[in-house]
Design a protein around this ligand. Structure first.
Ligand SMILES: Cc1cc2nc3c(=O)[nH]c(=O)nc-3n(C[C@H](O)[C@H](O)[C@H](O)COP(=O)(O)OP(=O)(O)OC[C@H]3O[C@@H](n4cnc5c(N)ncnc54)[C@H](O)[C@@H]3O)c2cc1C
Ligand SMILES: NC(=O)c1ccc[n+]([C@@H]2O[C@H](COP(=O)([O-])OP(=O)(O)OC[C@H]3O[C@@H](n4cnc5c(N)ncnc54)[C@H](OP(=O)(O)O)[C@@H]3O)[C@@H](O)[C@H]2O)c1
Length: 242
């Protein structure tokens, strides 16, 4: 049985009108990097959010987008320092490295807020101990939505992170255009990352927009990669945000 723990907002950073990051003090939770937890303002409307912070950090961090007609996200975006946020006591989820079989290259592929669990994973030691290559892929509509640049720079300073971005709705120097599945098919993703994307070497974790998850799995299937299951090991692990 889960119970509600009371947290206090320490910071609500607004990256754009729609994108925000909440830092929350109070609840002490055991979780694996990549997991999520339900958060709420009142117990009637709770939603799962992935941890951005790695386990053991004193503050919890969540990265969100305002879905204009949504019951919770517009209210979360308006929270101010000092206000209350309820956090469930039972983090969960299988988008975690202990569920990933051995591979040479770990691909962390996200759209929008789907980057959140990967920022947590990348700030643990495990990916760097277990994989020869680690690639973070982030696709957004507009360049200003390429958030957490400082965090990503810090990770890249400490480790050999390969970071590939897509901006789909405007021209953006340094980012690929279009969508992830098309770039898997035509080889642009591999080329930008500088490593092979194949069933022999790769494990791919996908997170974010469910249509991307579906389309990317289709493109990966053409390269011989299939969904990973404990009883039938494969190459793809997914988490859908809606
Ligand atoms: C396992 C899991 C982890 C999640 N982690 C996060 C997270 O770290 N950050 C986050 O912002 N959301 C995350 N979500 C989504 C989140 O739980 C809410 O759905 C979202 O905050 C919107 O809440 P809402 O009540 O305003 O609208 P809802 O009624 O929950 O959603 C309404 C609609 O908004 C769209 N939508 C929902 N979430 C998103 C999103 N993240 N990006 C773009 N469109 C969306 C979908 O079309 C959805 O049908 C996660 C969901 C799941 C299942
Ligand atoms: N982003 C904003 O400016 C903004 C502002 C206010 C509110 N919102 C709310 O947030 C929601 C959208 O969130 P988001 O901006 O994170 O959007 P998203 O629609 O998930 O788009 C994020 C990235 O995923 C790509 N994508 C979408 N479908 C895909 C597919 N089938 N295969 C591969 N890639 C795919 C998008 O490409 P395409 O561009 O080609 O679709 C984009 O590059 C909206 O419903 C809206 O309510 C967004």
């Amino acid at each position: 049985m889960s119970k509600w723990l009371e947290g206090r907002v320490v910071e609500n950073r607004h990256w754009t009108d729609a994108l925000f990051s909440l830092k929350v003090a109070g609840p002490k939770l055991d979780f694996e990097a990549g997991q999520f937890v339900r958060i709420a303002l009142d117990e009637q409307v709770a939603r799962p959010f992935s941890f951005v912070n790695p386990p053991g950090d004193p503050l919890l961090e969540f990265y969100g987008i305002v879905v204009p007609q949504g019951p919770l996200s517009p209210r979360l975006a308006q929270l101010r320092a000092g206000e209350r946020l309820l956090v469930a006591s039972n983090p969960a989820g299988f988008l975690i490295l202990p569920e990933v079989p051995p591979a040479q290259t770990l691909w962390l592929v996200s759209t929008g807020t789907g980057i959140a669990p990967f920022l947590s994973i990348l700030r643990t030691e495990t990916p760097w101990q277990r994989f020869r290559n680690v690639v973070l892929v982030h696709a957004v509509r507009h360049a200003r939505e390429l958030v957490y640049q400082d965090t990503i720079r810090q990770i890249a300073k400490a480790h050999a992170l390969r970071y590939v971005t897509f901006v789909s709705r405007e021209a953006a120097p340094g980012s690929l255009s279009g969508r992830i599945p098309a770039a898997i098919r035509d080889g642009r993703l591999e080329k930008a990352a500088g490593v092979a994307l194949d069933a022999q070497t790769s494990h791919v974790m996908l997170c974010g927009n469910p249509d991307m998850l579906k389309d990317a799995q289709g493109a990966l299937a053409e390269r011989g990669l299939r969904k990973h299951r404990r009883r039938n090991p494969g190459h793809i692990t997914v988490e859908s945000f809606w």
